[in-house]
Structures are given as C-alpha cells and as structure tokens.
Write a protein that binds this ligand. Sequence first.
Ligand SMILES: Nc1ncnc2c1ncn2[C@@H]1O[C@H](COP(=O)(O)OP(=O)(O)O)[C@@H](O)[C@H]1O
Ligand SMILES: [Mg+2]
Length: 390
Amino acid sequence: MIRFEQVGKVYPDGTAAVRDLSFEVAEGELVTLVGPSGCGKTTTMMMVNRLIEPTSGRIFVEGRDISGVDPVALRRRMGYVIQDVGLFPHRTVLDNTATVPALIGWKRARARARAAELLDLVGLDPAAYGPRYPAQLSGGQRQRVGVARALAADPPVLLMDEPFGAVDPVVRERLQNEFLKLQAAMRKTVLMVTHDIEEAVRMGDRIAVYGEGHIEQYDSPAAVLGAPATPYVARFVGADRGLKRLSVTAVEPADLEEPPVASTDEPARDAAARMRAEGARWAVVLNSGGELHGWVSADALAGAGEGSSVGDFASRMEAWVPLGSPLKQAFSEMLQHDAGWVAVLDEAREARFLGVLTPAKLHEALRRSVDADAQGIGRDEVDFDSVSDA
Ligand SMILES: Nc1ncnc2c1ncn2[C@@H]1O[C@H](COP(=O)(O)OP(=O)(O)O)[C@@H](O)[C@H]1O
Ligand SMILES: [Mg+2]
C-alpha cells in the first residue's frame, strides 16, 4: 500500500534528515515509526503526502510512484492527524469535522451528516459537542475531533504524527484503546509516528525503530522486544537491561489480556456477533474439551453461513506457555510461531485457558521487572541472542 525505495531527504541547509529508507506497509496494517526526537520520523511521514519532497529514492502509494501524482488528489486519499490537532478555532466542532468532505464538494447537508456520524464514532455526542468551538473542549476531546476529521472522507490511508502526544497519560491510554477498536473495524493503512516505545508496541502491527535518519529494525513488536537487531534497538526499547531479567521474571495473572473466546463447535455467526460487539479483530478458539485450538479472525467469520461453526474458519495456533513460566519462554514461543500473542494455560488444572500475553503486556512485565531491580545490569553483561536462541 505504501512503499519506500531507498528514500533520502537532505534539507536545503544541508541537514540529512533521512537516508536510504526502504520499507513497505501492507494494506490494513498499522505501522508505528518510533525513535528519539530529530531522527527523521516527521520528515518520513510528510514525504508520504508530499508536504515534503524526497531528494532521492521513490515512494509508492497504492502502486503508483507519488512523484507523478497530483498532491491534492494524493492527500484526498490520506487522513492526517497531528499533535495539537490544528482545528480551526473559529469554526464549530461539526464544521471542523466536515472540512474535507466540504472541500471535495459534498453537499453541505451530506457533509454535516457524515461529520455527525464520525463524531459519534469517536465517542463525542454530536448534539452536545457539534455546536461547540475547539476552545470549549478538553485536550483529549480535541484529539478525538482530529481523528474524526481525518476519517471524514473515508480515506484508505491514515497518517498520524504523535497523535496522542499532547494529552496526559491516562487520557492517552484511553485514546489509544479507542483508536485500536476503531482500527479493528476500519482496517485503514496507518502510519503512526511516536517517540514512545510503549505506544509503538501497543499500537503497531509492525514497528520501524529509527536511529539517526535511518531504520535500525523493522519488525513485529515481539521481535523488536525479544530479538533486538542491534545494540541500539536493545537500548532504545529498554531490553538491554531487560533481556537478562526475562529468564527470571514469571508470567503473572495480572499480565494477561482476555480477548473473546470461541469454541470450535459454536455457530460461527454467534461468535462473529460477539466479536463485533466487542470490537475485536480476532478471538481465541478452544476445542470442545476446552483445550487451545488456535484463533479466528473477525474477517474470516464475516462471510459465515447458517449452520457453519467456528472450527470451519479457525486457524491452528500452538503458541502457549504455562502460567508462571519465565517471560523468556513466552517471547521465544511468540517468535518461533511468528505469533502476535501466546496463550497462557493453567497446567495445574488440566491446561485450562487463562488468557493471552501480548507483546505490549510482555513489555510492561519487562519494565516492571527492570524497575524492581535496583541494581540494574551493565551493558557488557547483556547477551543479545539469549531470547532468539532459547
Ligand atoms: N525544514 C527543515 N530544514 C532543515 N532541517 C530540518 C527541517 N525539518 C526538520 N529538519 C531536521 O531534520 C531532522 C529530522 O527532523 P524530523 O523529521 O522533524 O524528526 P522527528 O520527527 O523524528 O523529531 C532534524 O535534525 C531536524 O532538525
Ligand atoms: Mg516529529
């Protein structure tokens, strides 16, 4: 959907902001660009909608080299969300949200109806908030309006530059979760910039970790955390201190997430309805004996006919660990099965399914463990291969 081929950008003053960027974002994928300030994330993003032109290399969007695409037409295919939103202060929330549809010539009534629909989608009652002005909203609410506005013309691509950077941590986590729920339903192709590794891990299907002006590693969250490609990445994600701790930190009940669970013999339509209600992209599938069978995606179930059962659509997945096993084992299961999560089972009770561990939760557990370890561990003691070799 978006492809960078050896892209470089040198600003007129000689600053080489990025060099030799090559990566691809698949349709429906959410990719986070993460790295310290000044490493070239915003430059990368602004080259996608041609607010900045590369000085070398090529960028393709939907299969076309964008240097030959009219920038205005290009931007119509892309919602753009930035920190501090950039709402028009003298326009109401409803009119702000309707900006793009109005620009591209929708009739006023249709544009406003669409805006109201979007406000509702991001959790703002259009009747209450639509007539207000941006200054009459909290920071979190303004950010929601920014997302609604970016989605208003239903673009296939969403560019988000530190979208939740300006709000406090509690609101940020709520916005992140709301956005993930939305994304589960919309499946936009999303490029999201952040300097926060926690946010990158929580949000990203894949993560591009930036060093100065280039990508150090482009990989799944589990691989970035569990098998950092370079010492720089290990240091950036906090794994340089953490990897040693992985083998001595146990998976605890508090680390688990509880996605929807379906049974192989359950009617597919029932499971699909439950997942839709929860905004879930996938569910864990257990067999009729309650043992782990695998998983099923909401997409796979969407076309399920009368009389079919979940088992007809489920994929096998055997990444699991017993409760209490070391984090290192969970990481290595994830990497070995190329899985986005591992199931956690209670071995003492006939391998009962307890929940799943996601990379984000693994990372939290890792951090907790590192923080608890007042001693810390010297850089030279770190064995970077300790996880992938497990
Ligand atoms: N218009 C510009 N002219 C010159 N240098 C710039 C310009 N914009 C950004 N830079 C420089 O390019 C580098 C990358 O910036 P940027 O892409 O904004 O990084 P990030 O978003 O990761 O913080 C930085 O060194 C920054 O100072
Ligand atoms: Mg930036």
